[in-house]
Design a protein around this ligand. Structure first.
Ligand code: NAP
Length: 303
C-alpha cells in the first residue's frame, strides 16, 4: 500500500489534494495575521529560498522546485522570501512563477545587501528582473547593511509604487542592540528576525518592541536550519500537542512561532511539496495559548 507520505513526495500529490479534506491547507481556512501598517492579512506560513534554491545548476534540478511552488500556491500560502545574496534563488523563483503564471496573489519579499547607493539601486533593479515582476511586495535591508543609504532608496521606491512595504532584517544576536536602536528610530512596515523554540532571545526586547512600534514581524530560521529536528529525533510528540491540532514536529515548531502575539509570519526553507503540505498545516486549526507555549519551552529546554 502506498503511504500518504510517498504519495505526497511523488508528483501525484496535487492531483489528490481535494480528496484529503482537512489534511490540506485550503485558502480560506488558513490562519492569517494583519500587517500593522496596512491591515492587509497574510498567511502565517510562507516559504524561504535560502540554501535549497541558491545553487541550482540547470534544468535537472528544477522539477522538485516547480512542484514545491505549485503546491505552495495551491495551498493558499503567499509569502516567499528571497535575497540577491541567495545565488540562483531569485531567478529560479521568477522563472517558475512565470511558467506557472502564479505571480498574482503571491507576496514576494527580497532584500538589498551591498554597500553603496548606486550599487544598491542596481541590485534592486536586478531583483525586479530576476523575479520577473514590476512590483516587489517587501524590500528589506539585509542584516542592517548600509542601512541609512538603502532606506532612502527604499522610501523612494515605495513612493513610486514599485515596492509596497519596507523592512530590515537580521539573524545575528550581536546585531540586536543596533537593530533595537534602529527600530526605535525608523518607521518600518516589517522587521525580519531569527526566532525559534530553542532560540528565544528576540522575545526579550525585539518582539515586544515590534508590537509597540506597529511593525510586522517575519521570522527567519524557524527550525534553526535542521537544529530543532535533530533535537527531537526519535522522540514521540507529547500527547498535549493535540490540544493545538499539531500533527508533526514541524507544525509543533512553527505553531510555537506564529502563536507569538508579535509575530506576523514565518518562512521555513522548503524545497519539497510534502514539506509545503506539512508546514501549511501549521497555519490551520487551534494555536497554543500562553500556558501551552510555556509548556513547549519547558519541553525543549528539558531535552
Ligand atoms: N538575515 C536574514 O535576512 C536571513 C537569515 C537567515 C534566513 N533567512 C530566511 O529565512 C528562511 C528560513 O531559513 P532556512 O531555510 O535557512 O532554515 P529553516 O527554515 O530554519 O530550516 C530549513 C530546513 O528545514 C527542513 N524542513 C523544512 N520543512 C520541513 C518539514 N516539514 N519536515 C522536516 N524538515 C523540514 C529542510 O531541510 P532539508 O531541506 O535539509 O530537508 C529545510 O532546508 C531562509 O530561507 C531565508 O529566506 C533570512
Amino acid at each position: 500500500m502506498i503511504s500518504r507520505r510517498d504519495l505526497l513526495a511523488s508528483g501525484a500529490a496535487l492531483a489528490v489534494m481535494p480528496l484529503m479534506g482537512s489534511a490540506v491547507a485550503q485558502g480560506p481556512s488558513l490562519v492569517r495575521k494583519a500587517i500593522p501598517s496596512s491591515g492587509e492579512m497574510i498567511p502565517v506560513i510562507g516559504l524561504g529560498t535560502a540554501r535549497r534554491y541558491e545553487d541550482v545548476k540547470g534544468e535537472a534540478e528544477m522539477p522538485p522546485l516547480r512542484e514545491t511552488l505549485k503546491a505552495f500556491k495551491a495551498s493558499g500560502l503567499t509569502v516567499i522570501d528571497s535575497s540577491p545574496t541567495y545565488g540562483t534563488a531569485e531567478a529560479v523563483v521568477g522563472q517558475i512563477l512565470e511558467e506557472q503564471k502564479s505571480r498574482q496573489g503571491l507576496f514576494l519579499a527580497t532584500k538589498v545587501s551591498i554597500m553603496g547607493r548606486e550599487a544598491g539601486i542596481n541590485q534592486i533593479e536586478q531583483s525586479f528582473k530576476k523575479l520577473r515582476t514590476d512590483k516587489i511586495d517587501l524590500l528589506a535591508v539585509h542584516n542592517l547593511r548600509d542601512l541609512d543609504v538603502h532606506l532612502k532608496t527604499l522610501r523612494d521606491l515605495k513612493q513610486q509604487g514599485r515596492i509596497r512595504y519596507i523592512g530590515v532584517t537580521t539573524s545575528f544576536d550581536n546585531q540586536y542592540a543596533d537593530f533595537e536602536a534602529m527600530m526605535r528610530r525608523e518607521q518600518l512596515d516589517f522587521i525580519q528576525i531569527d526566532y525559534a523554540l530553542d532560540n528565544r532571545n528576540a522575545d526579550e526586547r525585539i518582539l515586544p518592541l515590534a508590537r509597540e512600534r506597529g511593525m510586522a514581524v517575519m521570522v527567519n530560521l524557524p527550525f534553526g536550519r535542521g537544529r530543532l529536528f535533530s533535537a527531537v529525533q526519535g522522540k514521540p510528540m507529547p500527547d498535549w500537542a493535540a490540544e493545538f491540532d499539531c500533527k508533526s514536529w514541524a507544525q509543533f515548531f512553527l505553531k510555537y512561532i506564529v502563536s507569538h502575539p508579535s509575530v506576523t509570519c514565518t518562512m521555513p526553507g522548503m524545497a519539497r511539496p510534502d514539506y509545503v503540505m506539512d508546514n501549511a498545516g501549521a497555519a490551520q486549526g487551534r494555536m497554543p495559548d500562553a500556558a501551552l507555549r510555556k509548556k513547549m519551552e519547558q519541553f525543549i529546554d528539558g531535552l
